[in-house]
Design a protein around this ligand. Sequence first.
Ligand code: ATP
Ligand code: LTN
Length: 345
Amino acid sequence: MPVEMNAKSTTANTNPSVKKRVFSGIQPSGNLHLGNYLGALRNWVQTQSEYDNIFCIVDLHAITLPVDPKELHNDIRQLAALYIACGLDPQRCKLFVQSHVHEHAEASWVMCCFTPMGWLNRMTQFKTKAGENTESVGTGLYCYPVLMACDILLYQTHYVPVGDDQRQHIELTRDLAQRFNALYGQQVFTIPEAQIRTVGARVMALDDPTNKMSKTDPNPNSRINMLDDAQTIKRKIARAATDSMRLVTFDATRPGITNLLTIYQALTGQSQETIEEEFAGKGYGEFKAALTDHLVATLAPIQKRYHELMDDQRVLEGILKQGAEQARPIAAATLQHVKEVIGLG
Ligand code: ATP
Ligand code: LTN
C-alpha cells in the first residue's frame, strides 16, 4: 500500500523492542465518516502489528467549537467503540481519551509560549473553521495546532498517520520540535513524520467534490457515515454528483466520478486500470450499484461489532481507563523533561 512520508522514511520493524511509535487521533465531534476511515483509521488498523501504537480520542480539540455536553460525552464513547469495531486491538494499541491524560493540556500551555504568532497565523484550518467569525471564536481554535503538536510530541512519536488535510499541522509540529530542541541544545522531542496514503487521503464531499468530506458539513448527504444503513448508503451514492459524460474513468477534470472511483479503489485495492476495464462501456448507474455493494459489505461487520460494544459500556470504559494508565507515564516523562530544561518548578 503506497504511503508518503514527509521526510526520510525508516522501515518499520516487527521486533517489539525496537518498534517505531505511531500516534494519531480523531475528534469526537459528530459522525465518523468514510473520509476518516479511508484517510486515517483503516490505515492505523492495517499497520498495527508493525508499530508501537497510541491512538487518542481528542476531546480537548472537540471543544474548540461550541458543543453540547451530553453529545460530547456520547460522541467520545461512540468514537472509542468505532475505533475498536474498525479493528484496532486494545491489546496492541493504547486507546485513550485526551482529557484523561492532563499532561496534554499542561504541555500545550508551555508550548503556546514557544509558538510564534506568525506560525499560527498561517494555519489554513483556522481560517476555514473560523470563517467570518475570527473575532468571536474562542482562542482555543487558534491554538489548536499547538495542542495537536503536544499530543504527538509527548509520546516521542515517529509516525503520524493522517489524511491529507493534516499535512500543515504536522509540519508545524516538526518545526516546533526542532526549534525547541535547538533552543535548549537537547533532543527533548523526537521529530515526527506524517504518514499519508496516496489513495483515500482526501475523500471529497458527495454533493460537492471540490470540498473534502467533513463531519461538520451541514448537508448530511455530503458524507457516508460509518453507521449509515444499506438504504441510506444506496440513496446517498445514487444522489452523488457526477457529470453528463457517462464515462467511468479517472479524470481530474471530472471530480465527481473521480472521487467515487477513488473510494472504489480504496475499498477494493484494485488498480485504476483494472477498475476502468471493469466498467468500460457501462453507465454510472451500474458503477454506483457496485460501489454501494462494496460500501455495505465493508461497513456492515463494523456496525455489528460497534453495537455489541455500545451494549457493554463497562468493557469500553475499562479499555479507555487502561489506555490512559498506559499512556500517562510516557507523556509525564516528556513533560517532566520539558519543565526541567525550561527551569520550571
Ligand atoms: P471536520 O471536517 O469537521 O473538521 P473531520 O471530518 O476532518 O472533521 P477530524 O477529526 O478532523 O475529522 O479528522 C480525523 C482524521 O480523518 C484526520 O487524520 C483527517 O486527516 C482524516 N480525514 C478527515 N476528513 C477526511 C477526508 N475527507 N478524507 C480523508 N481523510 C480525512
Ligand atoms: N487535528 C486533527 C486531530 C488531531 C490529531 C492529533 C491527529 C488532534 N491531535 C494528533 C493526529 C495526531 C484533525 O483535526 N483531524
